[in-house]
Write a protein of this length. Sequence first.
Length: 487
Amino acid sequence: MRKTIDKQACRERSQWMILSVILFFGMTIQSQANDATYLVDGISFDAAIHLAQKNDPWITGNFHQQQAIVSRSKFAGTLPDPTISLGMANLPVNSFDLGQEAMTQLKVGVSQSFSRGDTLSLKEQQLAIQSEAYPFLREDRTAKVAVAVGSLWLDIYQIEQSIRLIHDNHALFEQLVDITQASYSSAVGRTAQKDIIRAQLELTRLDERVDTLKQQEYRLKGQLAQWLSDFSTPGQARLLSNHALQGKGPNIEIGNLLPNIQLRHTELFTSGKTVSPETLMPFLALHPAVMAVDKKISAIKTGIAIANQKYKPEWGVNASYGYRADDPTGQSRSDFMSVGLSFDLPIFTDNRQDQEVKAAVSDTEAVKTDKMLLLRDLLGIYMSDTGRLYSVEHRINLYTQKLLPQVNDEAEASLTAYTNDEGDFSDVVRARITVLNAEIDKLTLDVEQQKIRLGLNYLFVGEQQQAKFEQVKRKVASQSIGAKREH
């Protein structure tokens, strides 16, 4: 009788301890949900992107490259400097007397060459067109930096939140270890020594998962530090987030609120369908990277016109003045004036001019091919990432509505069965690990959704694109108003 009473008391004590674990775990999850409503003292998603874009050395270098091209275009259309020549002609070497011979004279001359046809103006035009590509390159670079830095920030966020979930479950498994030890020590119930070992093993595995995630976190924060460092002072660098690189890894704190990135032009992502290439191409053609290639094509086309100028002669004029001294009798001698015109004859054109024109044409066609490849890549990104986005959103709904509630119900049922000596401890552990993995998988999907949106937004950047979209919207709106009036 006494043995039965002790067994019942031990069971009630174990149930009470398990209930305290459940309540503790529930409070932990609630605390985590509350923490997600504000930002810790860390750099936010938008702030990280803004700092990286603002202090990107590439932008500064690109601007200076443009200024160099603009300066070259200004002197490319200028005639070459005239050439001055000074000389002494027909000087007698027996006396070196300037007045001894009638042909002796001191000469000063000037010559000026003129480029073939419109070569100078075309070169100036070509360089000016090249300089127009640089603002588009900067626009494209700014968008790429947003994708690169934003993706790093989201990867770090995913790791830190995964570590937080593991820490929350670590506390739960510590409580389970205490319960199994208490139940095993009481020598009642079905608790065996292997249950204690299993609980301790899961704690060790959780610690190992945290160490692995920390290793990834250090690597990613090191990469993010490269973007957030200011190298404006030669020979020095400082972290723009005002956090020093200390300890075992970059001490960069990020916010703990997952951004909700809104897709640009949501009309292109409706009803789970992709827009046809025919509809999308006019907008992709206005992407900054494509516009930069268009400028390159225009500049190379000007090179064809420059090559055609080689069929025209290159002209030159020269003039000289010759001074003669008085003759030995004191008679004055006339000075000489010479004027000349020179030009070449481009008559052997097969291996020179013709080949230069062919080379310029081939260069143009090659760059046009680069444009087609770029448009194909952008279209491929839209098609693949749109499909991925719809799939990820479907999986998020599946996790939220079905999978997470089901695994939590399974964990609760297995814990209840074990409490009533009707289940195995391994089932409890396995169920809790399943819940943890499901929560991490759901977090991974949430982050992946934002990364895909970030990548898709890269496709629709630039003032030219925005103007085109607005034009299309106004056209559609006016057609709708006209249709209503007809009815």
